[in-house]
Design a protein around this ligand. Structure first.
Ligand SMILES: Nc1ncnc2c1ncn2[C@@H]1O[C@H](COP(=O)(O)OP(=O)(O)OP(=O)(O)O)[C@@H](O)[C@H]1O
Ligand SMILES: [Mg+2]
Length: 154
């Protein structure tokens, strides 16, 4: 499944991500692709809202991971910018959070692509203009739960 959307402001991206966040379950992995400033952290802010988390989402660049909320549902927001291979992944805490109580949102997932499972939800952000972004949502149609997104409207 592959779907494309356009947003025309950060607020629109947040609103879009909030709608998507409402559909997410523990075990879901959002893997971002997109350049510096494309809107990955902004998008995650919306995801948190959709999950009912009130915390202000900030970039996890220096901490590698920020965790919002608590089990049974927490949002683990990773930044893999500095991670060069899957061995280094061990140091990020990636394997320490239980999928059955976590949703993962991963910036710079390009760097750890081979470590990501088949049910990964790929979220590409493309910069089209100063305030315009293309959002591409992709997942394997045979992935469990993919039907949730088939009629998704933000
Ligand atoms: N339509 C839009 N959607 C998202 N962000 C937008 C949009 N238009 C403008 N912006 C701006 O683009 C910037 C996106 O920054 P953000 O930190 O979310 O990017 P990022 O992809 O996480 O970057 P980095 O790779 O540096 O972590 C923000 O300043 C935001 O206000
Ligand atoms: Mg970021």
């Amino acid at each position: 499944m592959k779907r494309e959307f356009i947003t025309n402001s950060p607020e629109e991206t947040i609103a879009f991500a909030e709608c998507l966040g409402k559909l997410l379950h523990a075990g879901d992995i959002i893997a971002y692709r997109g350049d510096l400033g494309a809107g990955k952290t902004t998008f995650t802010r919306g995801l948190a809202l959709g999950l009912g988390l009130q915390d202000l989402v900030t970039s996890p660049t220096f901490m590698l991971v920020h965790v919002y909320g608590n089990p049974p549902l927490q949002l683990c927001h990773f930044d893999m910018y500095r991670i060069e291979n899957t061995e280094e992944l061990e140091t990020t805490g990636f394997y320490d959070y239980l999928p059955e109580e976590s949703i993962f949102a991963i910036e710079w997932s390009e760097n750890i692509e081979t470590a990501l499972p088949d049910n990964t939800i790929w979220l590409t952000l493309e910069i089209l203009g100063e305030e315009q972004r293309r959002i591409i949502l992709e997942l394997k149609s045979e992935a469990k739960g993919s039907e949730r997104f088939a009629n998704f409207r933000a």
